[in-house]
Design a protein around this ligand. Structure first.
Ligand SMILES: C[C@H](CCC(=O)NCCS(=O)(=O)O)[C@H]1CC[C@H]2[C@@H]3[C@H](O)C[C@@H]4C[C@H](O)CC[C@]4(C)[C@H]3C[C@H](O)[C@]12C
Length: 308
């Protein structure tokens, strides 16, 4: 499973992050695509997590130099990509969608408008299977979720600022209404007949928030944690906010198996800071951040660069 979140700091800078939950990694690392890479059609530098195959960056999540970010999360059972583009639209393959978005646009509104003119088509990269994903796309103003299903391409505003896996965003947003009672505040003491009940301590108001890692539960928990995190002023504080919030929905190895019996775990957690134009990640076995900034790379280059 995967979970993604966004928020802004007190100066309005975007912070965006995701957990990549799976049974294994793909050898992914921080990957920079300069403005003049042949596949960078819109000439915006892009930084994120990817594997590079034949010089092409296959991004799991990424952001551009102007503060637009995207992450792909599994959506099997719902994701459907037609073989051909609808008449009058341009075909974009799911594997190139994160780069297409971040290469060509600076904000969510422009992406939303452009999506009317594309079809996400059933086209894989090389021998890789097609990834059945939906996407969260975020900027400083908010985020949208893109879901290509048998009903067509849906682009929805996501006021919860989070995304998990199945089912679709509309269902997750509706489901939040079942958790309106959950609150950070400590409840007052109550009397039940002759019994006076008082809280043991902090957390009494959070009772009922689901604690498991099932996709609907992670969506609710991430939305609650993200919405209630105390504001932070510093880069360090806001990066910690991304990692701590995503830590609240991370998967501990052995606690939940995939259909094939493999243990799913949080392979990596990543964070993008528009304030510093910087990308961070850590892995299941190494909590220390690995980080790189746009400023570390040759922005006008032509070849993908990876930081190890
Ligand atoms: C497995 C990843 C999604 C993790 C996730 O959402 N897990 C949920 C688990 S569950 O079903 O809900 O149980 C996805 C996210 C991004 C995907 C990768 C990116 O799309 C880039 C390429 C695309 C190629 O088509 C396939 C390889 C690949 C390198 C993808 C492999 C895999 O599908 C990734 C890594």
């Amino acid at each position: 499973m995967c979970t993604a979140i966004r928020f802004t700091d007190s100066d309005g800078n975007l912070y965006f992050g995701r957990n990549l939950d799976w049974a294994y990694g793909y050898g992914e690392t921080i990957t920079f695509t300069p403005r003049n890479h042949p596949a960078n059609t819109g000439h915006r530098a892009v930084l994120g997590m990817a594997i590079a195959s034949e010089g092409f960056p296959l991004y799991f999540d990424c952001a551009n130099e102007n503060g637009l970010a995207i992450a792909g999360l599994n959506f099997p059972g719902y994701a459907y990509f037609p073989d051909d583009a609808r008449p009058g639209t341009t075909a974009v393959a799911p594997y190139e969608f994160p780069l297409w978005v971040t290469s060509n646009f600076d904000n969510v509104d422009d992406v939303e408008a452009a999506l009317a003119n594309i079809t996400l088509v059933n086209k894989g990269f090389g021998d890789f299977p097609i990834a059945l994903l939906h996407w969260i796309i975020a900027d400083a103003s908010g985020c949208i979720v893109v879901e290509s299903t048998a009903d067509g391409l849906q682009v929805m505003r996501d006021p919860a600022d989070v995304l998990a896996n199945q089912p679709g965003l509309a269902w997750h947003l509706e489901n939040l209404r079942s958790y309106m009672n959950v609150t950070p505040g400590a409840p007052s003491s109550v009397t039940w007949g002759n019994a006076t009940l008082t809280p043991y301590g902090a957390g009494a108001g959070m009772r009922g928030l689901p604690g498991d890692v099932y996709s609907p539960s992670r969506f609710v928990r991430a939305a609650y944690l993200n919405a209630h995190h105390a504001p932070k002023d510093t880069e360090r504080g806001n990066v910690a906010r991304v990692f701590r919030t995503l830590g609240g929905v991370a998967m501990v190895e052995g606690s939940a198996q995939m259909n094939d019996g493999a243990n799913e775990f949080t392979v990596f957690t990543s964070a993008y800071s528009a304030r510093e134009g910087r990308y961070y990640f850590n892995t299941y076995e190494n909590a220390a951040y690995t980080t790189a900034a746009f400023a570390d790379f040759d922005m006008d280059g032509t070849e993908v660069q990876q930081a190890h």
